[in-house]
Ligand binder design. Structure first.
Ligand code: AMP
Ligand code: MN
Ligand code: MN
Length: 321
């Protein structure tokens, strides 16, 4: 596929879907595609399905139109997923995906095996939002579409910090900026800003983190009991694993939080020496070389042991190759 217009030929209804626990790239890419189709194909009915986006993204135009439930019997001519690495990661609208006449996956996860009829997966690109940009006509990208794409790009590149940032990323960001949105406000308020309680939790996790392998691995965790005490959910914990990774001397940062008694969401970040997508895939998860995730069951101690064992296996395999 070279252009979004190719898949819209003869289509009357489109569904768009993002992944569970939507991050900035998921929200940005889904919203950009939604706005683009709405504006330039007004004859097409388009619906966007996603779990409730965080309030920090409320500056994105029409975000209040997101459907958080698949509560009607419908069949779409076309269903498009954005930033979804595997079908079991698709949120809300899985039934619409299965019944759609045609399915398209726009993504950038190297672990993506291609679950749609048309799979446009560019593992070398830093964000699904950037992938989407390459499929749009640049002169059709207005300020509101640009804001959404820019949001996705900054979130998945850590504001152009991670190695997935390329000269193309910077060129595209420059093009988007020309539409005149308030980029520094978006960076501050959607990416860096934390609530008082989020800062408090981050401080606590960092203070209680443990070092393994003489500091090559750092582990941070939070148990359900503590999350309940502070009345927080997983979405309040964004940014903690990135901060752990910045500890000097670490190769891999592991962050775990308990979603249910003895069920843990595991986030992995690497400085590049260890491919954490392979570690996550071993446990049924996925992601990228430097950022990946999975879910595991067991005691905190067992989960940490199992994950570190796989990291050690990767360290040995990568040293050999
Ligand atoms: P996270 O640690 O949740 O921020 O995720 C890091 C990266 O790994 C993101 O690109 C996610 O899309 C991906 N990822 C996280 N959890 C999973 C999972 N269970 N299965 C597949 N990919 C995942
Ligand atoms: Mn994502
Ligand atoms: Mn992404």
């Amino acid at each position: 596929m070279n252009n979004i217009s190719e898949i819209l030929d003869g289509v009357k209804t489109v569904g768009i879907g993002g992944h569970v626990r939507p991050d900035g790239d998921c929200v940005g890419s889904c919203m950009a595609l939604y706005l683009y189709i709405k504006k330039y194909w007004p004859e097409i009915t388009v619906d966007l399905y996603m779990e409730q986006p965080r309030a920090v993204f409320s500056y994105i135009e029409r975000i209040d139109e997101v459907k958080t439930e698949a509560d009607q019997e419908k069949t779409y001519d076309l269903f498009i997923t954005c930033d979804v690495s595997a079908l079991d990661r698709l949120a809300v609208a899985e039934e619409y995906f299965h019944t759609a006449g045609k399915t398209v996956c726009i993504d950038h996860h190297i672990s993506n095996k291609g679950f749609a009829m048309v799979n446009h997966v560019r593992g070398e690109i830093g964000s699904a939002s950037e992938v989407l940009y390459t499929l749009m006509d640049p002169d059709k990208i207005d300020r509101s579409i640009a804001e959404a794409i820019y949001t996705g790009m900054i979130h998945d590149t850590g504001v152009f910090q991670y190695s997935s940032t390329s000269p193309d990323t910077m060129r595209i960001a420059g093009e988007l900026m020309k539409t005149g949105f308030n980029f520094s406000k978006i960076i501050d308020e959607s990416f860096y800003q934390k609530t008082y309680i989020q800062n408090h939790i981050m401080g606590r996790v960092l203070a209680e983190s443990i070092l393994l392998q003489e500091g090559k691995i750092i582990v941070g965790y939070i148990k359900k009991k503590e999350m309940d005490f502070y009345c927080i959910t997983g979405r309040d914990l964004d940014g903690i694993v990135s901060q752990l990774r910045l500890t000097a001397g670490t190769q891999v940062a592991i962050f775990l939080y308990e979603t249910d008694t003895l069920y843990f969401k595991v986030s992995l970040r690497s400085n590049g020496e260890v491919d954490v997508s392979k570690v996550a895939q071993f446990f049924g998860g996925g992601g990228h070389v430097r950022a990946a995730g999975c879910e595991l069951q067991g005691t905190l101690h067992d989960v940490i042991n199992n994950v570190t064992e796989q990291i050690e296996y990767q360290q040995k395999t990568e040293n050999r190759s």
